[in-house]
Design a protein around this ligand. Structure first.
Ligand code: TXA
Ligand code: MG
Length: 350
């Protein structure tokens, strides 16, 4: 396939001509990557089984890992879901459009190719204006996984999409850097109580403010790696950098000291070593390739840069990466969920 056409626009200056063209590509069964507030998505017509198959092929994704259907109007939910509980309506009222995906029993309209063979469907109404207009132009139902090659970190810039999928899709809409940088929070409404299948910008407390008691999928807790996560995509090693990544946790001073020790041992063996630190600790590391991910005082900055940093270290060809742990109150749960997966559960305590 020819290289994807790349078009640039911003949320407050939509290029309607390009969006109409992108919508036509979707209606004709093609693939368009686009920005959302969480990460870039790889869009195809969610109601077209062949488009879904193309998405799996382009990403190299296992076909039992279901896709999220993106909509651009609240009313579009009802043809997709066989049942929408009252609690989900309340949550949508507060957080849609936004970084929230909800799971319902699926209707017959949704092909099994899109849901990876499941009888449930994941639905998200994104807030990004480019995404919403593309969905409208494309017929209202856009299946979109993150626009990365399966197993690589999700894209937070159009350049990441181009790197992974530039030769495999029809168009990339470049809307600049995404706001959040981690994938949407997924809440499952097909069980007795709502269950978080993937943490994100919306944390448990924010969900409980609307829903009352919310459970966390036991497969997500790091205490018990033997329980399988319910969301198929959360079972794979994912978000993985090429280097061996380890997380160092403990009190701040001990963490810095431990990382310095580990780095100098690896450098002594002739390895190239990367360090992921924060504004608060950036002066603590005299050697190694030091990258500052953001500030602990505002952990949304850490979330925004995580995937970009992992990709940048890939480009630098480091052999080892040591990262501080980020058990911050607001987004720590989501950040550590992704970081622990990227590290293949390698955690060192200082
Ligand atoms: O923020 C996001 O959600 C981004 C943007 C593009 O919207 N999309 C995204 O899609 O992260 P993807 O495919 O990378 O992740 C979807 C996750 C996977 O872990 C998948 O297994 C899970 O959602 N999922 C989808 N449908 C499901 C279902 N019916 N039941 C359980 N898990 C489901
Ligand atoms: Mg993904």
């Amino acid at each position: 396939m020819a290289h994807a056409e790349i078009v640039r626009m911003s949320e407050d200056a939509l290029d309607m001509e390009a969006l109409r063209r992108a919508g036509r590509i979707l209606k004709e069964g093609g693939l368009v990557a686009f920005p959302t507030e969480t990460v870039y998505g790889l869009g195809g017509n969610a109601l077209d089984p062949d488009a879904s198959k193309k998405i799996y092929a382009a990403k190299g994704r296992p076909s039992d890992n279901p896709l999220i259907v993106h909509i651009a109007e609240w009313e579009s939910l009802f043809p997709l879901a066989a049942e929408v509980p009252e609690a989900a309506r309340r949550l949508a009222e507060k957080w849609w459009p936004g970084p929230l995906t909800m799971i319902f029993p699926k209707s017959d309209l949704v092909p099994y190719e899109t849901t990876g063979g499941l009888d449930t469907v994941a639905v998200r109404f994104p807030d990004n204006a480019i995404a919403r207009e593309l969905i409208r132009q494309g017929g209202g139902y856009v299946a979109a996984p993150s626009a990365n090659t399966s197993g690589r970190p999700s894209p937070t810039l159009a350049a990441h999409v181009e790197e992974d999928l530039g030769d495999r899709i029809d168009m990339i809409i470049d809307g600049g850097q995404v706001q959040i940088g981690l994938e949407s929070t997924i809440v499952d409404f097909t069980e007795e109580l709502p269950v978080i299948l993937r943490p994100g910008f919306l944390n448990r407390q924010m969900l409980e403010e609307v829903l009352g008691e919310v459970r966390i999928d036991p497969g997500l807790l790091k205490e018990d790696p033997s329980v399988r996560p319910k969301a198929p995509g959360m079972r794979y090693r994912h978000y993985a950098p090429k280097a061996r990544l380890a997380i160092v946790e403990g009190r701040q001073e001990s963490v810095c000291e431990k990382i310095r020790e580990l780095v100098s041992a690896r450098e002594g063996q002739g390895a190239k070593v990367g360090i992921i630190c924060t504004e608060e600790t950036r002066t603590e590391y005299p050697t190694g390739l030091v990258r500052c991910i953001g500030s602990r005082a505002d952990d949304t900055t850490i979330a925004r840069h995580l995937y970009e940093i992992l990709r940048d270290f890939d480009a630098d060809g480091v052999d080892y990466i040591y990262s501080e742990a980020f058990d911050t109150p607001r987004m720590g749960q989501a950040i550590m969920n992704r970081l622990i997966k990227a590290a293949g559960h390698e955690i060192i305590s200082a």
